[in-house]
Design a protein around this ligand. Structure first.
Ligand SMILES: [Zn+2]
Length: 676
């Protein structure tokens, strides 16, 4: 599964529901703004999308063998990217062919038309098609069909090549694709899980995972290739078009396989096993081979380089069965991973000092280990818009028997942070010193809090002796929010502990500032997160409930936070970090008691009093303040570019990394429309 940053992608730690993470309370707690760093992060904003350059600083110092391995895996990632675009919509690749040719041959195209085609094409690239990543809704080209046709004619005169299918003229193709370019009501939603009464989730969804199939057709039909096939109704019969070497997407898969094979000799033995199993799955498409791949992949725990490649996540299918193609290539960020491992190795020290009833401490605890990684490339379902954390495989049987691997995407988080506009923080901080602290220490504070939350928070505590029934069953709908609160509180509680400096996970001299920056950010978030609930007066999402509850409880039970107004605007201001920490300890003791004893009534009261309801007038004010700043609502990344250096014998002697810092350049290179 993927953890995606939430609607306003301003920070590392804010994950979508279902992912156990986040300690950093505030989406806006980022470090130095783009303007003051030497290299660009935020490249441009297209409507509500930010385009941000991703950097992979550690790549250059990897050994040649690992660089070479990554280069071949990178090639495999690029070789499959069109698969996902075709999975999104049956016309998406044809549409891309038209608009990319115009973008690459702009001479003679009417300037106003060209600007609109550029805007549309950038959104198309960022979203891998004509549907918005966040809303699943179609966006359109705001031109007349005549203006598009004129742009095509002008581009053709400048050397563009358009390739209508055999037997169709260019005009006829443009007419056929017209409704997809211009009409928001034709195939309006890519994935529609609640189309309304009497409508079918498959026929109401515009994706290309099915063709002519409704849910009723599926009764009594057992799929042999549930994850990796397109299901088509042909002459009244259901046919599975299997994604494999001699099946659907065979041409792309052949290329992917060729590059995976080239990678094998440079991989560690466990990783080579996984790559060979993946190749076998691409050959046969069989479920049994998929399981072998999943097992081999999850058993490779220590390779410094890794890849995810294949039909993996099922979010685009309204049934949640069919896999979207994706690829990621990454290497372990040793420094950040070592911080995680240090905390995990000392988990017992922290457990013994949890501020709750000693009966609810674990006598023997192991921290949860994840790898912090740096991404080199992401394509398909995971790029240019990327997750920030991933936990795989999805197959529950394999997870139970062999475990799973968790990764957090460090350089993606860093790029989110560094591309955050300062205006967001400045709007909600009470003093310039608070803004400065957020810029200087916010990112590190957020990362540390997330590590403590994940590694120590979720791993800690135990149920009351003799308690039967899992806490989920006992605490029911409030369980997730309670558990997230528990993990956040563990992080907030230990952040000021001198043990952290002693372990070397933070610099002692900065600890007070780091703590203060985090407490301030967590506090501000109780206001700023309200912009995400634009309707009603209730918070539904569990992470949001937890954070609202913690801040409002502290306001009701300590003197740590003051609510102030200035020029008619509301602020939440941290005034006493020591009182904040003391309150966190008290609340944590109660939250752990509720979990350990399965006290559902107390959980319900806690959230009902502090975590769910809010003042609509304040929310409206926050929304106005945020909207006035014109912040992007999602981010797409320009990936690094790898270039091999070849020796006289045809072997790779080095691989260099560079950063295009331009979406158009990268996308036209990826498609082969423009060469480097
Ligand atoms: Zn969590």
């Amino acid at each position: 599964m993927q953890c995606r940053p939430s609607v306003l992608l301003l920070a590392a730690a804010l994950l979508a529901g279902g992912c156990s993470s986040s300690g950093n309370g505030e989406e806006g707690s980022a470090p130095a703004p783009a303007a003051t760093t030497e290299r660009p992060y935020l490249l441009e904003q297209v409507d509500d999308a930010a385009v941000v350059q991703l950097y992979a600083d550690g790549f250059s110092s990897l050994p040649l063998r690992e660089k070479t391995l990554i280069y071949h895996l990178y090639q495999a990632a690029l070789a499959g990217r069109d698969i996902f675009i075709d999975q999104k919509h049956r016309h998406a690749l044809e549409m891309r062919g038209v608009i990319e040719q115009i973008i690459a041959h702009p001479q003679g195209v009417d300037p106003a038309s060209l600007r609109e085609i550029q805007r549309y094409t950038k959104l198309f690239w960022l979203n891998n098609g004509q549907y918005n990543n966040l809303t699943a809704r179609k966006f359109v080209l705001n031109l007349t069909p005549q203006a598009l046709a004129a742009a095509v004619t002008a581009a053709a005169a400048s050397g563009a090549t358009f390739t209508p299918p055999q037997g169709e003229s260019l005009d006829a193709m443009l007419t056929r694709l017209g409704p997809m370019f211009f009409d928001a009501n034709v195939d309006p939603i890519v994935t529609n899980k609640s189309p309304g009464p009497g409508r079918d989730i498959l026929t109401a969804s515009a994706n290309n995972l099915y063709s002519g199939v409704s849910m009723a057709d599926l009764k009594g039909f057992t799929e042999k290739y549930p994850l990796n096939s397109r299901l088509v109704k042909r002459d009244g019969k259901l046919v599975e078009e299997v994604y494999r070497l001699d099946g659907r997407y065979g041409a792309q898969i052949a290329n992917v396989v060729k590059h995976l094979e080239a990678a094998v000799p440079f991989a560690s033995e466990p990783m080579a096993d996984a790559l060979r199993a993946l190749i076998q799955w691409y050959r046969t498409g069989e479920q049994a081979d998929q399981a072998k791949y999943d097992i081999a992949w999850v058993q490779d725990k220590d390779s410094p380089v890794d890849t995810i490649n294949g039909f993996i996540e099922v979010y685009m299918d309204p049934r949640g069965i069919k896999g979207s193609w994706e690829a990621l290539v990454f290497y372990v960020n040793r420094e950040k991973t070592s911080r995680i491992r240090t905390l995990a190795a000392n988990a017992q020290w922290f457990e013994d000092r949890m501020p709750w009833n000693p009966a609810y401490r674990k006598p023997s605890v192991t921290g949860i280990i994840a790898n912090a990684i740096d991404v080199v490339v992401e394509t398909g379902d995971s790029g240019p818009v990327t997750p920030i954390g991933i936990n795989l495989p999805n197959d529950q049987r394999i997870r139970e028997q062999y475990g799973s691997k968790s990764i957090s995407l460090s350089n993606v988080n860093e790029a989110y942070d560094k591309s955050t506009p300062t205006s967001m923080r400045g709007e909600f901080t009470w003093t310039p010193e608070e803004t400065e602290r957020a810029e200087k220490f916010g990112a590190l504070a957020g990362e540390l809090t997330t590590d403590l939350h994940e590694v120590l928070g979720h791993a800690s505590g135990r149920q009351k002796e003799g308690q039967t029934g899992s806490p989920q069953e006992l605490i029911k709908e409030h369980f997730s929010a309670l558990e997230e609160a528990r993990a956040d509180l563990v992080a907030l509680y230990f952040l000021p502990d001198p043990k952290l400096a002693e372990l070397g996970v933070l610099p002692a001299a900065d600890q007070d500032d780091i703590v203060r920056a985090e407490y301030e950010a967590y506090t501000r978030n109780a206001l700023t997160q309200l912009r995400r609930v634009r309707e009603g007066t209730q918070i539904e999402e569990d992470h949001m409930r937890n954070r609202q509850m913690v801040v409002r409880w502290l306001m009701a039970n300590t003197k740590a936070i003051e609510e102030r107004t200035r020029d008619g605007k509301h602020y939440l201001v941290l005034v006493d970090p020591a009182a904040f920490r003391e309150g966190v300890g008290r609340l944590l003791a109660e939250v752990q008691r509720i979990k350990s004893e399965g006290d559902a009534a107390a959980a319900a009261k806690l959230f009902d009093t502090h975590g769910i309801h809010f003042d609509a007038a304040v929310r409206d004010e926050i929304v106005r303040r945020v909207d006035a700043l014109k912040l992007p609502s999602y981010t797409g990344f320009v990936m690094p570019t790898l270039t091999p250096v070849m020796g006289a014998d045809g072997n790779i002697t080095d691989v260099t990394i560079s950063y295009p810092q331009d979406l158009t350049t990268q996308m036209l290179e990826y498609s082969g429309v423009r060469s480097r």
